[in-house]
Design a protein around this ligand. Structure first.
Ligand SMILES: Nc1ncnc2c1ncn2[C@@H]1O[C@H](COP(=O)(O)OP(=O)(O)OP(=O)(O)O)[C@@H](O)[C@H]1O
Length: 634
């Protein structure tokens, strides 16, 4: 499989040659992975996996983990005790055929047998409930660590090929993490059963031990080989499964629901869904057949070895090497041993499968897919001067620079407007100013300190951003404005910010004012229009009271009155802030002290409105175009 795979529409029609459904994938070459994925490497990982599962359990609940381990150990010891008691009981029972008085001699052993079985049953219930208690906690802890890692990754991570794939895989690890403790626990319990049985067999007929191993090895080898086949199938279907997830999201999410209907797009997307599903099924079917063949061979060889073992028991009995009582005990013990062995193989295979996903989770958590925030720890004050010096920026994996040697500055008390045609680099400039991205070369400084050396979280506390596409949090109006970080004045500060952005009139008509839940899909929530949401987003940034206010087309959905309110209020806000705003409506730039004109990633002109409008150049061209709507009457 190549690093990049094009998902085509073989099932639905002619092959597409567009890049529309082309995924970036850094998951590795399957054939190369297959070489590393040997039976030995897979089974050698079992102890590590058991350790990992118990250490996760330890992290979430020490007492339950200790109790679980203690129950396991005692249960294993009771198993051995029960098997030994079986020998004594059987021996007494067999002898009682000649001498009924021997029956009495069997009573203590039978009592031990019964006591051991009863206690093991109680321990089994305890083990099960402890596992049920730990499993969801482990899964939540795994999810928490993954979410924490994701929020601690550089923004650039999302532009790195493979980051999203690795996140998806880690997410699958979270899903299965809850199974890990049960599988480890069952594996340990099977191992305890096997050890207990092996001790009894070693005492009665040690020669049977190698035969016992012979029954298990082919089955175990078949399981591991089958698991390898399944893993490779999982890798081969990765892109299609991701496609299925993506389509499922697009087909059901509210944001696209209207366009799916008006564009009559559903049949086309559903065809794509079906085509991906067919490819996944085809690969899985092949893998299932291959596994069935491998398992058949493994079971046949194991069956032969098993027959040999039972023949061995009969031979030992026939030649007088063991007593009838010992032979009876061996029957129980060998059954118990094969239960243990098959348990180890079965649960071991399950655990290996879970472990693979957990590996993906662990690698994501450990290094946030290689994109963990790794900057300085200088805590910035409210900035007085933010600047770009000779900044060039290229998005990860892009084939050209987006910004070229940009010089830019904004001071506290100043409003700087950034204008330019679509794609000229305005939003990219905003991301660099607000420390979301770091420059490829050159330096972005806050009061002379590079954003590389600043503690990013402390920097963002001093920065308020109204992005082009802002979040519509499913929270109350109040929370949507203070974002869980209320000012000491509480609702007064929220209302003040709302008044400055025009959100006050939105809130005043909400059913429960600031307490109204702003998400219709949630029970009781109320829906807002795009412009109403934009007013809330504006209030959010103003409430933040940060030293740098960055607004990327903050009024694109606003009506004239609301837009007027925002722009006439900016001067007041700029008294103790540096403000940078991106706008396509050039009439709005009259409020700015300075206008920076961008074209193709470069700053091509700079100056106040009156200066730029009076000289030839892009700003004047764009201004004249905005005035001209082809109506001769105007
Ligand atoms: N995440 C990304 N990865 C790669 N290239 C990107 C990314 N985001 C933007 N670009 C590219 O950078 C260039 C500048 O984009 P940017 O969003 O900064 O432009 P803009 O001036 O804000 O445009 P608009 O006026 O349409 O909002 C574009 O050519 C775009 O293709």
């Amino acid at each position: 499989m190549a690093d990049e795979t094009t998902v085509t529409d073989n099932e639905t029609g002619p092959e597409q040659h567009s890049e529309e459904l082309r995924f970036n994938y850094n998951g590795g070459d399957t054939s190369e992975l297959a070489q590393h994925l040997t039976g030995r490497s897979l089974s050698a990982r079992l102890p590590t996996l058991v350790r990992r599962s118990f250490s996760l359990a330890w992290a979430v609940d020490r007492r339950s983990t200790l109790a679980l381990l203690a129950c396991q150990v005692v249960s294993g010891l009771l198993e051995a005790l029960g098997l030994f008691a079986t020998t004594t009981a059987l021996s007494a029972l067999i002898q009682s055929a000649q001498d009924p008085a021997q029956l009495r001699a069997a009573v203590p052993s039978v009592a031990i047998l019964g006591g051991a079985a009863g206690s093991r049953a109680v321990l089994g219930i305890a083990i099960q409930s402890l596992s049920h208690r730990l499993a969801p906690r482990i899964s939540r802890e795994a999810e928490y660590r993954m979410l924490e890692a994701a929020t601690n990754a550089e923004m650039a991570a999302y532009d790195h090929p493979g980051f999203n794939d690795r996140y998806d895989k880690a997410d699958r690890g979270v899903e299965v993490s809850r199974d890990m403790i049960g599988q480890s626990q069952n594996l340990v319990s099977s191992a305890a059963t096997l050890i207990a049985a092996a001790v009894v067999i070693a005492a009665l007929a040690p020669i049977l031990l190698p035969l016992l191993a012979l029954t298990a090895v082919p089955q175990a080898a078949a399981s591991v080989a089958g698991e390898r086949v399944a893993y490779l199938a999982t890798l081969r279907t990765f892109h299609d499964r991701r496609m299925l997830n993506m389509l499922r999201w697009h087909l059901t999410h509210k944001d696209q629901a209207d366009q799916i209907r008006t564009d009559t797009l559903a049949p086309y997307l559903l065809d794509k869904y079906r085509a991906s599903g067919v490819r996944v099924d085809r690969t899985n079917d092949q893998a299932a057949w291959q596994r069935a063949r491998i398992n058949l061979v493994g079971s046949a060889v194991s069956g032969l070895a098993s027959a040999l073992m039972w023949a061995g028991v009969m031979l030992l009995l026939g030649t007088g090497h063991i007593s009838a009582a010992a032979a009876g005990t061996l029957v129980f013990t060998l059954r118990s041993a094969s239960r243990g062995l098959y348990g180890i193989v079965g649960y071991g295979t399950d655990l290996m499968r879970t472990g693979r996903y957990m590996d993906d989770w662990e690698s994501f958590v450990e290094e946030a897919a290689g994109q963990r925030l790794d900057r300085g720890d200088i805590v910035p004050d409210r900035p007085r001067h933010v600047a770009l010096h000779q900044v060039t920026f290229r998005y990860p994996d892009a084939d050209r620079d987006t910004l070229h040697e940009v010089e830019f500055e904004v001071r506290r008390g100043e409003i700087v407007a950034v204008v330019g045609e679509n794609g000229s680099g305005k939003t990219t400039l905003m991301k660099l100013l607000s420390g979301l991205n770091l420059p490829t070369s050159g330096v972005v400084t806050w009061d002379g300190v590079s954003t590389r050396d600043l503690d990013p979280h402390a920097l963002w506390k001093q920065c308020a951003v109204v992005p082009q596409e802002f979040a519509r949090w499913p929270m109350t109006a109040r929370e949507n404005i203070h974002l869980g970080q209320p000012q000491p004045e509480g609702d007064d500060a929220v209302r003040r910010a709302a008044t400055a952005s025009g959100a006050d009139s939105v809130i005043s008509v909400l059913r429960s004012g600031l307490d109204t839940l702003l998400a219709r899909e949630w029970w009781g929530g109320q829906a807002l229009s795009s412009g109403q949401w934009q007013r809330i987003a504006g209030a959010r940034a103003i409430h933040r009271d940060a030293g740098l206010l960055v607004m990327d087309e903050p009024t694109s959905d606003l009506d004239a009155r609301a837009e007027h309110r925002i722009f006439t209020g900016l001067r007041q806000l700029a008294r103790d802030r540096a403000i940078v705003l991106v706008t396509h409506n050039l009439a709005n730039t009259v409020v700015a002290d300075r206008i920076v004109v961008m074209a193709d990633g470069r700053v091509t002109a700079e100056g106040p409105f009156s200066e730029l409008i009076s000289q030839p150049g892009l700003f004047r061209d764009l201004w004249l175009l905005q005035q001209d709507r082809g109506n001769p009457a105007i």
